[in-house]
Design a protein around this ligand. Structure first.
Ligand SMILES: Cc1cc2nc3c(=O)[nH]c(=O)nc-3n(C[C@H](O)[C@H](O)[C@H](O)COP(=O)(O)OP(=O)(O)OC[C@H]3O[C@@H](n4cnc5c(N)ncnc54)[C@H](O)[C@@H]3O)c2cc1C
Length: 449
């Protein structure tokens, strides 16, 4: 029998954000449909996990309980307690890995310490092998008694009360079928060019598998297996190697979260505990969140995020850098906003992403390498197509000025339909000056530029 227990009160500060709850709702719908095709149905309960499990065990007489492991620090603690309690009750309890190539504790340095640098970690993991056999789907599942109680999904109230989710509905098809379609399309058309295209937000060059991977609708082993089956071999195919390496970053993020469980709230590099952040002004933070900073590439990314629940990786780095360096607002403010709005919000990946950009994480970008959003735009969105799509008020601007409208003569701006400060904001900060101020704050912390 398959059971889903909704226990939001157990999640603490990192309880699922609104976009993740939307995904979860549709993911459960898809999961239930697929197990109904195999002759069963999903039982849904809500409340404390252990108590709910005991209730279902009493109702069914179950003797063996199994689940796939999850790796958020609170979840690990909770699942350990549940395992011990049920074993004391005399039940067989087992958990499995379906999320990662290897468990976070299986890849370690010679002295048993965790890795803090990606490349040696990745080499060590690759040397263990990425090829795993995958299990076939079950042909049928046991029937659930007709009178067995189950909540409806509506009882869980996962969907937004004010319907802001139209963009999400247009962009995604949660569930295993959606994941496999996405993977097939990516392998058919994009994987070959992935290493060149993965930095281009104006092209559809990445897999968009992140929410499916996060929710366990597909696993990295299955992805590696499909690449192998399609291409015959991963080695020597630049696109495939580069893509698998990104799955390696995901794996590394889980490794770090497991070994340094305090990092969702606190920098791995403790020197940053004394960094002087600016007190976030609600207006400034809101301008960043809603894509009204006056920096086109940042605004395009933040609007893509709000509309679709996803943002291109290159733009995540630029938008995050603008928040933590040019505005000098604490990375946790950004991490929390991403947590609420991303459909792929993932404690391991979000933490490593923010700490990488802020320069305070493992193998992070050196602090002094501050992204210039204008140059990033000119390089990775050279015709401005991405900006034109998400910031339509700038659509008529000539390409030369699309990433820096403030440099355009006022009369020319107006003939392109833009009055700065009216139709589109002036930049929140001067990029050059705010960069210098960030470097100064870094020096005061004791950092070397
Ligand atoms: C500030 C910031 C926050 C981020 N927050 C998240 C998050 O909450 N959840 C999330 O899944 N990713 C996060 N990322 C990583 C990355 O941006 C996304 O995984 C990627 O954009 C997802 O798109 P894709 O599936 O098309 O990626 P692809 O390029 O197709 O990569 C394939 C898979 O590899 C993994 N991956 C790719 N890049 C990274 C990376 N840098 N770190 C870890 N795993 C990676 C993802 O699971 C992804 O689905 C963050 C990055 C930054 C800079």
């Amino acid at each position: 029998m398959l059971l889903f227990i909704h226990a939001p009160k157990e999640d603490g500060e990192w309880a699922m954000g609104a976009a993740s709850r939307w995904w979860l709702h549709h993911s459960i719908v898809a999961f239930d449909e697929s197990i109904r095709r195999l002759g069963s149905r999903l039982i849904i309960r809500q409340g404390p996990s252990l108590a709910m499990l005991r209730q279902v065990i009493a109702e069914t007489g179950a003797q063996r309980i199994v689940w796939n492991r999850a790796y958020e620090p609170r979840t690990i603690e909770r699942d350990k307690e549940i395992k011990e309690s049920l074993r004391q009750d005399g039940l067989i309890v087992e958990s499995f890995n379906s999320t990662l190539f290897y468990e976070p504790w299986e890849v370690k340095r010679a002295k048993g310490e965790p890795y803090k640098v990606f490349t040696p970690y990745w080499k060590a993991l690759q040397s263990k092998g990425l090829e795993h056999s995958i299990l076939p789907l079950p042909r049928s599942l046991t029937l659930v008694p007709a009178d067995m109680e189950s909540l409806t999904l509506e009882n869980l109230e996962l969907l937004p009360k004010i319907p802001w989710d139209g963009g999400l509905r247009d962009a995604w098809h949660p569930g295993e079928k959606g994941a496999l379609t996405m993977l097939d399309e990516f392998l058919d058309s994009e994987i070959g060019g992935y290493s060149a295209e993965r930095d281009r937000p104006d092209h559809a060059g990445t897999s968009r598998l992140s929410p499916y991977l996060h929710f366990g609708e597909i696993g990295p082993r299955q992805v590696a297996w499909a690449i192998q089956a399609k291409l015959g071999c991963m080695d020597g195919n630049a696109g495939a190697e580069s893509f698998i390496r990104q799955l390696g970053w995901r794996e590394f993020a889980h490794h770090l979260l497991f070994h340094f469980p305090h990092t969702p709230e606190s920098p791995l590099n403790e020197s940053f505990l004394s960094f002087r952040w600016n007190e976030p002004q609600s207006q400034t933070l809101q301008a960043w969140q809603t894509g009204k900073t006056g920096i086109p590439l940042v605004d395009a990314g933040m609007r893509e995020l709000w509309h679709t629940g996803w943002m291109h990786n290159r733009v995540r780095m630029v938008a995050a850098s603008f928040l933590v360096k040019n505005l000098r607002i604490h990375w946790l403010e950004g991490a929390r906003w991403f947590w609420d709005t991303l459909v792929d919000a993932d404690l391991a990946n979000n933490t490593i992403g923010w700490q990488w950009v802020a320069g305070c994480g493992a193998d992070a970008a050196p602090y002094f390498r501050i992204f210039n959003p204008v140059l990033q735009g000119q390089r990775f969105d050279p015709n401005g197509d991405y900006v034109r799509r998400w910031v339509p008020e700038l659509a008529q601007l000539p390409t030369r000025f699309i990433h820096q409208p403030w440099q355009m003569p006022t009369a020319d701006l107006e003939s392109s339909g833009v009055r700065l400060g009216v139709d589109y904001p002036y930049p929140l900060v001067d990029l050059k000056l705010s960069r210098e101020q960030a470097l100064e704050a870094f020096k005061q912390m004791g950092g070397r530029v």
